[in-house]
Design a protein around this ligand. Structure first.
Ligand code: FRU
Length: 614
């Protein structure tokens, strides 16, 4: 067929179906009936696998009631296109094969006439199809960080390591790239780098949306769902928040909701149950965020189904300027000692050190019922942060990680602007997985250390540049950064400076977009300035400088930087600092320049690694 006749054929198909077709599989397959200014029916008249919903990213939400053979099957919210279609999301029709499916759509926007309502772009763009195109269309989608295949993602949920597989569920909206319809999306990985996407695990039901929670392996069959069943606790969220249970007997791929749900109800907002097996006391322990009370509730259970409140932690302690969410509690050895300490993780929003969301933690002791936080020399309980960037939230750990590891992952965004970041097909990635440890600093205090999981070393695909020792002065020395794979790279270096000096590292592109890192040996801090990092104007809260204590006191700081299209994560080599910030440069940073504020400093063991995900 000639090119011209192909175009003519396409035009004919488009005219016949009355819609713009983007794949050959798409066909009209629906009829539209306008019932009023805010009520429209879509009848599906085709045995296709998917109905594709036309979405306008900033549109207003409509309620979509899915009616199957006359019965209400499910309801969800969708920002159906009014003036333009930004993307389409699939509604899976396969469970209803052979049945009559009707969408009863209620729009909540003011339309004065039916005619006006009929003009909405969505009605001519509903199509059915047997495939759904998930090819990446986003230049900012990270290459080696976990992202959802499409749609909105926030907190990591129900993370459990089972049969050699890292399961990662997450707060997911399957029907758009803004927060709504919370469902547990599900991905798995064998190496924490390559992620495979699976069908949703737990979907909204009569008790509400599925908010955050955790999963454990019930090795002793204490709940009676079978030995090694994976048991998940999550928050059912509607008018109120309740805790519910679901279990999986196929290794975490499909879940059955427990008929006795909800298993915990309280008269106040409480969410994000996080549980673990407490070997010392032969019981299950669960933490629940008593969000508005800004405290964590600690429960015990013999069987994962009946829970007794044991204690409360946090009233008036630590950062209190936001709601307390997504708790975690685990024990870790203190580096270089025989000692062990407990870490209570408390995500807070807003109230983070640089505005918006952040992860604080407390170190102390736990006896199975009560957590007691350590105090500093003045008898106060200090506020400590797991990561000193703006884009690290809802961080919790994997249950049952191998070799005693405490592996954590966080949502790499901030509630201040997460819904506005310049992506469409998907919104938000997770941080790199990290290994937690505890170290004791010169002030006698214990702190969490956070290093990239060892699996990240497999990303290295050759050294792009290295130098054993480089002397730097006030005039900047520059080094080129890798350009392959959109400039994704890891940079490692040991800075050796004198007290009173500042060492500045600038990552920049040809458009003069840049990120400036400054190591200040006087204050023992590292700062990260992204005010001119690229696209920053989608939120007034995005351009910012974040700053971390280095926990290094002799002018020597060893850094590892991970760059992945729209994120930069900075770690001190031993994990004494972690800093995660999003950046949206119009083109990748191509140059790194280093200089001092005065005198000479050294950059030793500089290595810039190409990274590859193959
Ligand atoms: C934290 C959070 C949780 C809640 C979930 C809802 O980001 O607010 O407390 O369960 O998101 O998506």
């Amino acid at each position: 067929m000639t090119r011209i006749s192909k175009i003519l054929l396409m035009a004919l198909i488009m005219t016949c179906s009355g819609t713009a077709l983007s794949t050959s599989q798409e066909r009209k397959g629906v009829s539209v009936e306008y019932l009023g200014t805010n009520n429209t029916l879509i009848r599906i008249a085709d045995d296709a696998k998917y109905l594709l919903l036309p979405i306008q990213d900033n549109g207003e939400e409509a309620t979509v009631n899915v009616v199957v053979n006359g019965k209400l099957e499910t309801s969800f919210m969708a920002r159906l296109a009014k003036s333009r279609v930004d993307y389409k999301v699939p509604f899976d029709l396969t469970p209803y094969k052979g049945k009559k499916v009707v969408l009863n759509i209620i729009s909540h926007q003011g339309r004065s006439t039916i005619r006006e309502a009929q003009e909405d772009a969505c009605w001519r763009n509903f199509v059915v199809s047997d495939t759904y195109d998930t090819t990446n269309r986003e230049k900012f989608r990270p290459l080696y960080h976990h992202t959802p295949e499409y749609g909105w993602m926030n907190d990591p949920n129900g993370m459990v390591y089972a049969d050699g597989v890292w399961h990662l569920c997450y707060q997911w909206n399957p029907y758009g790239s803004k927060w709504a319809n919370m469902t547990w999306g599900h991905s798995t990985s064998k190496d924490l780098v390559h992620w495979e996407h699976h069908a949703t695990t737990i979907v909204p039901d009569g008790l509400g949306a599925i908010f955050s929670g955790s999963s454990v392996i019930d090795a002793k069959n204490s709940a009676g769902f079978g030995k090694d069943a994976i048991v998940a606790l999550y928050t059912s969220a509607a008018v109120s928040q309740m805790q519910s249970l679901a279990y999986s007997t196929d290794g975490g791929y499909t879940f059955t909701t427990y008929p006795g749900n909800p298993i915990i109800t309280l008269p106040t907002e409480a969410r994000d149950p996080n549980m673990f097996w407490d070997e010392a006391n032969g019981q299950w322990v669960m933490l629940l965020a008593h969000a508005l009370e800004k405290e964590m509730l600690i429960f015990n259970s013999p069987d994962l189904k009946t829970w007794t409140l044991a204690s409360q932690f946090g009233k008036g302690i630590g950062a209190q300027d936001g709601v307390w969410e997504c708790p975690d509690l685990f024990e870790l050895p203190v580096a270089g000692t025989e000692e062990k300490k407990w870490v209570l993780v408390c995500n807070i929003n807003p109230g983070g050190p640089f505005g918006g969301s952040a992860t604080q933690y407390f170190i102390g002791d736990f006896d199975g019922k009560t957590f007691k936080a350590d105090t500093d020399a003045n008898g106060n309980i200090p506020t400590k942060w797991m990561d000193y960037g703006k884009d690290h939230y809802a961080a919790v750990s994997w249950s049952n990680a191998p070799e005693g590891r405490r592996t954590v992952i966080g949502w790499m965004s901030n509630w201040q602007y997460a819904a506005e970041i310049p992506t469409m097909q998907y919104r938000s990635a997770n941080t790199l997985p990290r290994e937690m440890g505890i170290f004791k600093d010169e002030d006698g205090q214990y702190y969490l250390s956070s290093t990239p999981s060892p699996e990240m070393e497999a990303l290295r695909a050759g050294v792009h540049y290295q130098s054993r020792s480089m002397s730097v002065k006030q005039v900047a020395k520059t080094v080129s950064l890798p350009t392959q794979n959109d400039g994704i790279c890891e940079i490692a270096m040991d800075i050796e400076a004198r007290k009173g000096q500042k060492v500045t590292i600038v990552l920049s592109n040809k458009a003069q977009e840049k990120v400036t890192l400054t190591y200040d040996t006087e204050s023992d801090t590292l700062s990260f300035d992204r005010a001119q990092s690229g696209i920053v104007n989608f939120s007034q809260d995005f351009p910012a400088v974040t700053m971390a204590p280095t926990h290094r006191h002799n002018g020597k700081l060893s850094l590892r930087l991970f760059i992945d299209r729209s994120s930069i994560e900075v770690f001190e080599q031993e994990g004494r600092l972690a800093m995660t910030n999003l950046v949206f440069p119009n083109s990748p940073y191509t140059t790194m320049s280093v200089k001092t504020s005065k005198g000479k400093a050294k950059i030793n063991n500089l290595r810039i690694y190409n990274l590859s995900v193959n």
